[in-house]
Design a protein around this ligand. Structure first.
Ligand SMILES: NC(=O)c1ccc[n+]([C@@H]2O[C@H](COP(=O)([O-])OP(=O)(O)OC[C@H]3O[C@@H](n4cnc5c(N)ncnc54)[C@H](OP(=O)(O)O)[C@@H]3O)[C@@H](O)[C@H]2O)c1
Length: 289
């Protein structure tokens, strides 16, 4: 980490080795060339170690924190609500309070909604159904007490990750490669987006000092089944392993049927069009041939 303090445009990106954080770091040079972007990774310090966080903050004096670090997998949060609360709520509160006088961007999720409506706008009322989503709603409420702070709600993010297992497409493909059968809902909808485009949009919003809540997701509402079909266009050898199923036959923890996000508010601030997932995926498949 750099030693000098008071750099005018130093930015912290927490969770910088994660899917979205790594894309923010990768795009920093081209998106915000004048800014000094500092990746904050667990190996440097654990974000639950508040003393280490304060020491680093006082030394570095960032002007913006983009907070990507989280317990981001819903089943893990469901299995360990205490840890989910500590990382997703307490760490976020602590960082947001530390950032009282600077900009702060917090990543939240489309799953804050119960999915009964779809095409959600920023002013729709959150109604979380899972531990993961509950922790995000609690953290959002704290962040938004500061009128200068920002919440980005995104949907399923795809694309390459440093570990090879964080992108939504990477996870589906690795299950298929392991020979697993995937039961995919035809009636559960999201607005998937490549993580690279999420990162590109967030750098734009950061430069414009956009405050409040923004939805940043793909421009296309797709069911889990449609996403699986797209995967199999590129990898037809796995077609026999994907099976269409309906939420009406599902038994388990509650699921949100349609958490598609309306991104018009963010789109109005962006100099590029938020992509349709299918177009991105097909383009990528073509470029790999
Ligand atoms: N990806 C999606 O589809 C999606 C969708 C909606 C919302 N979001 C939200 O967007 C944000 C970024 O997501 P992502 O997919 O990039 O997540 P990710 O790949 O799971 O990355 C999260 C990062 O946080 C780090 N981290 C967790 N606890 C930490 C701690 N106590 N101290 C230091 N680092 C810690 C992890 O480090 P380790 O690698 O060492 O564990 C990991 O690098 C998250 O808030 C997530 O909830 C993501």
């Amino acid at each position: 980490m750099a030693e000098a303090a008071n750099h005018p445009e130093r930015v912290w990106v927490t969770g910088a080795n994660g899917l979205i954080g790594s894309h923010l770091i990768h795009l920093a040079k081209s998106s915000v060339p004048a800014w000094q972007v500092v990746p904050i990774v667990r190996a440097a310090f654990d974000l639950t170690d508040s003393r280490a966080v304060v020491t680093a903050f006082q030394k570095e004096r960032p002007k913006l924190i983009i907070h990507c670090a989280a317990l981001s997998r819903s089943p893990e949060c469901q299995a360990n609500p205490k840890l989910a609360h500590e990382i997703n709520v307490e760490v976020t509160k602590f960082l947001a309070d530390l950032a009282t006088d600077i900009s702060f961007i917090f990543f939240s999720t489309d799953l804050v909604f119960n999915g009964q409506q779809g095409n959600y706008v920023e002013t729709d009322k959150p109604n979380p159904l899972s531990v993961y989503a509950e922790t995000k709603v609690m953290a959002e409420r704290h962040v938004l007490r500061n009128p200068h702070h920002t919440v980005i709600r995104t949907s399923l993010n795809a694309g390459p990750s440093l570990q090879g297992d964080r992108g939504m497409d990477e996870q589906m493909l690795s299950a298929l490669r392991e020979g697993k059968a995937l039961n995919l809902f035809t009636d559960e909808f999201r607005t998937p987006i490549p993580a690279e485009e999420t990162a590109r949009a967030v750098w734009q919003l950061a430069q414009q000092k956009a405050k409040g809540v923004y939805h940043v997701a793909g421009a296309e509402r797709l069911s889990r089944w449609q996403i699986g079909e797209l995967m199999c266009e590129r990898y037809p050898q796995y077609r026999s392993q994907i099976h269409a199923t309906s939420l009406s036959t599902y038994q388990g923890a509650p699921r949100s049927p349609d958490t598609s996000l309306n991104c018009a508010k963010a789109q109005a601030k962006l100099p590029f069009v938020l992509p349709k997932f299918s177009e991105w995926w097909r383009q990528r498949a073509k470029s790999e041939l």
